[in-house]
Design a protein around this ligand. Structure first.
Ligand SMILES: Cc1ncc(COP(=O)(O)O)c(C=O)c1O
Length: 383
């Protein structure tokens, strides 16, 4: 298997084996360089180059690129500082009322549900979480919770812990059958798993940049379905929320009738420019190609781990697996193994006493082979 990308695109790749994209991916070199150039320019030139018109247009390219990533329109994209920030603003905009409920799962990343919990604390809406059993969340258990009072179904496309991939169409159909909004957190999928906003009916999607998109901290994107763009009033507002931001009229906000209304403040603009470079790069390679590459890596990883009697916690069937592979070894403390791998310059995560591997397209079969060899050797010492 040939490396999918040149080592120079991820310069540290040669010094370590990094299987940790579900935590923070390696950053694409073009992204790093763009960010560095952008901040150098502002450090040395203030707003001489990054002037008011540049600030007005700063997200135009990222709107275009994110729209290509999700096969939607540029006007459906908003940029913010984090997935949590964008979701919080959206949760306050929708603000489910007393008597209504929000459906999610009890294995979801906390930031995907806390914003709704916060709104519900004020409005009196209720949160209903489908229960995971034996590290698996049966999607039918989510569907069963959806009723006529459901205002929002908000799930993570891929669960951060067990890597479970949800069938978006099934959940979207169930949400829409009762008139609820279907909202997804794509932080653990965008860039690694194709998402087509033209095929699946999603009302909104939020996504951080620093995982599978190989971008930086400090920027995130949101897709907002056109049918929500006119009526919703964002929970977070500022001078940028105005459709003519330099009007600087403190008496009245006039929102644009696009997803842009969720952009409200001065932020880490250089990071947004960097994310542009990462998304362009990922689009050039193709998300389908990345998906196939990562699947080959996880095939090899899962087969090698099973040979070493690992208990595979992640779903392994084709429809529900992702590039996150979480395992346990009986009689072996996961924290110790993660630590010992780190001493060998192999980086994975410890999550709830399990070992989470998350290879990405900069990894190779050799990376997986070497990791498996080390695990075999280390298990003999630890057990
Ligand atoms: C599914 C999911 N959503 C959101 C986040 C984090 O979002 P933020 O960057 O806004 O803190 C994570 C982080 O691990 C995550 O796994």
């Amino acid at each position: 298997m040939k490396p999918l990308v040149p080592t120079s695109d991820f310069p540290k790749r040669d010094d370590l084996i990094y299987l940790n994209a579900a935590n923070v991916a390696l950053m694409y070199e073009g992204c790093r360089a763009t960010i560095s150039d952008w901040y150098n320019d502002v450090a040395f030139n203030g707003s001489i180059n990054f002037n008011e018109s540049a600030e007005t247009e700063v997200f135009d390219s990222i709107h275009d690129l994110a729209a290509q990533l999700f096969n939607v329109n540029p006007t459906d994209i908003a940029v913010g500082s984090s997935a949590t920030e964008l979701l919080s603003s959206l949760a306050w905009a929708i603000a489910p009322k007393k008597g209504e409920n929000i459906v999610s799962t009890d294995i979801v990343f906390p930031s995907t549900i806390y914003p709704w919990q916060r709104v519900a604390n004020t409005t009196g809406a209720t949160i209903k979480l489908a229960r995971g059993k034996d590290n698996y969340l049966d999607p039918d258990d989510i569907v069963k919770l959806i009723d006529q009072q459901t205002a929002v179904v908000c799930i993570s496309h891929v669960e951060y812990g067990n890597g479970q991939l949800f069938d978006l169409e099934k959940l979207s159909d169930a949400a829409h059958a009762v008139g609820a909004f279907f909202i997804i957190d794509a932080t653990q999928s965008a860039g690694a798993i194709p998402i087509d906003g033209n095929i699946v009916s999603i009302d909104a999607l939020v996504c951080s940049a620093y995982k599978w998109l190989c971008g930086p901290f400090g920027v995130a994107i949101m897709y907002l379905n056109p049918k929500l763009q006119y009526n919703l009033e964002p929970g977070l507002v500022g001078f940028r929320s105005h459709k003519d931001m330099w009007k600087l009229d403190p008496r009245k906000i006039e929102y644009p009738d696009t997803a842009k209304k969720f952009e409200f403040s001065t932020m880490a603009f250089g990071c947004a420019r960097g994310l542009e470079a990462s998304i362009r790069y990922i689009l050039d390679i193709g998300v389908k190609t990345i998906f196939t590459h990562n699947r080959l890596l996880t095939d090899q990883l899962i087969a090698g781990l099973i040979k070493q009697n690992a208990q595979i916690i992640s779903p392994v069937n084709d429809k529900e697996r992702s590039a996150i592979v979480t395992v346990n070894f009986q009689g072996c403390n996961s924290a110790t193994l993660v630590q010992k791998l780190k001493h060998q310059q192999i980086f994975v995560s410890l999550r709830s006493n399990t070992i989470r591997f998350s290879p990405h397209f900069y990894n190779t079969k050799d990376d997986i082979g070497i990791t498996l060899d080390h695990i075999r050797r280390l298990l003999k010492i630890i057990k």
